[in-house]
Design a binder for this molecule. Structure first.
Ligand SMILES: Cc1cc2nc3c(=O)[nH]c(=O)nc-3n(C[C@H](O)[C@H](O)[C@H](O)COP(=O)(O)OP(=O)(O)OC[C@H]3O[C@@H](n4cnc5c(N)ncnc54)[C@H](O)[C@@H]3O)c2cc1C
Ligand code: FES
Length: 333
């Protein structure tokens, strides 16, 4: 497996702004990471110099401004942006970071989004702060052909991009201005109806797929797990390729602690049998039987067959094999 460079940088904070009730945007000067970063990848950020909190926190790139891009303003060259929501101790401490200060970041980490040539129309679905990495992805998709060369075989063809943003209320809707600058008009939903359609981002998606068709469409989603599971289910229903950015809890971010495990389908021959779980009373007992996904077995002491619908599975690390995954590979529980 190819190892990709990861840098540890003391990035200078160029800008730190409040952009919503509990949303903040940090612009960091770190050309070493900005020139390698791809949408969907992330950095691990040390929130302060103290030992508490000890662990760095993971954040996706919401904007990437590499050096040498003619469209980038001089002051933006070599910078990265992250948008974060205050949810706990680490993110509360981050709000105290000041412009001009330096912050320790490690990245770029993980695997980002990708595009296949046959996907002519892409739909980006963001829930709450989950829209952040999709801003960077939309920017890449809308970039000049030469900038998309690494992305697709035929960079001259720009896919059509539709953006769907959902949030609890209007204060939780981020990115509209950024998308409009890309000449994209996002569709918005809020749970309380304070902006856009009353409902969920997945309601917008359902309406779109039912009314506008779904030929050559691919889905990209980031947001809370129930939203991702619903998008994955709709991708299955409409038979669409779908990538999701999974924000599992992370401790190390570099593949060492196994703390970010995601349960995925094991497409090899290994199979777990529900009946064996029942007879042994243990979990994670693998039988090597092959065959169709549903398996009929007779547990010891029982005359009734048990149909096991548990697909063969394994765990992968979101920080290494993800955080972007094909939705159909994940076992949504
Ligand atoms: C790859 C990746 C990219 C991410 N990108 C962003 C981003 O761009 N913007 C952003 O705001 N957040 C992002 N997150 C989530 C962010 O890392 C967490 O919100 C942050 O680490 C919380 O730190 P804390 O110390 O404030 O919260 P803690 O004190 O650690 O936890 C506070 C509360 O938040 C919950 N929580 C903590 N981490 C997560 C998580 N990963 N998912 C769901 N709930 C969590 C805890 O269960 C707890 O209830 C990302 C996570 C990953 C793994
Ligand atoms: S966070 Fe440690 S292995 Fe992924």
């Amino acid at each position: 497996m190819k190892t990709r460079p990861v840098k540890e940088v003391k990035a200078r904070i160029q800008q730190h702004r409040k952009v919503g009730v509990d949303y903040f945007r940090l612009r960091l000067l770190c050309p070493e990471i900005a020139c390698l970063a791809q949408p969907g990848q992330f950095v691990m950020l040390r929130v302060n110099e103290q030992r508490e909190p000890f662990l760095r926190r993971p954040f996706s790139f919401s904007r990437i401004f590499p050096c040498g891009d003619k469209r980038t303003k001089l002051e933006e060259e070599g910078t990265l942006e992250i948008c974060y929501q205050v949810v706990g101790r680490g993110t509360s401490l981050m709000t105290q970071l000041r412009e001009g200060q330096r912050v320790d970041i490690l990245g770029p980490l993980g695997n980002g989004f990708w595009l296949e040539e046959e996907w002519k129309r892409v739909i980006l679905i963001g829930g709450g702060i989950g829209i952040a990495p999709l801003i960077a992805w939309a920017e890449k998709l809308r970039a000049r052909p030469s900038k998309r060369r690494k992305l697709i075989k035929n960079p001259a063809e720009t896919p059509e991009v539709l953006v769907l943003i959902g949030g609890k209320s209007r204060e939780k809707i981020l990115g509209i201005k950024e998308f409009r600058k890309m000449e994209l008009e996002p569709q918005v939903s809020t749970e309380d109806g304070s902006l856009g359609m009353k409902g969920l981002a997945t309601d917008l998606l359902e309406r779109e797929l039912l009314t506008q068709g779904h030929t050559a469409v691919a889905l990209y989603a980031c947001g809370p797990m129930p939203m991702l599971a619903k998008v994955a289910q709709m991708a299955d229903q409409f038979d669409l390729p779908c990538q999701v950015l999974v924000e599992s809890r992370m401790a190390c971010g570099v593949g060492a602690c196994l703390g970010c495990a995601v349960k995925v389908r094991d497409e090899g021959s290994m199979k777990i049998s529900k009946a064996e779980e029942l007879t042994t009373g243990q979990e994670n007992i693998f039988s090597e039987s092959e065959g169709p996904e549903a398996e009929m077995t007779f547990p010891e002491g029982s005359l009734m067959p048990v149909i096991s619908e548990v697909p063969p599975f394994r765990y992968v690390r979101a920080c290494k094999e993800g955080p972007v995954f094909e939705a159909r590979k994940i076992i949504w529980e």
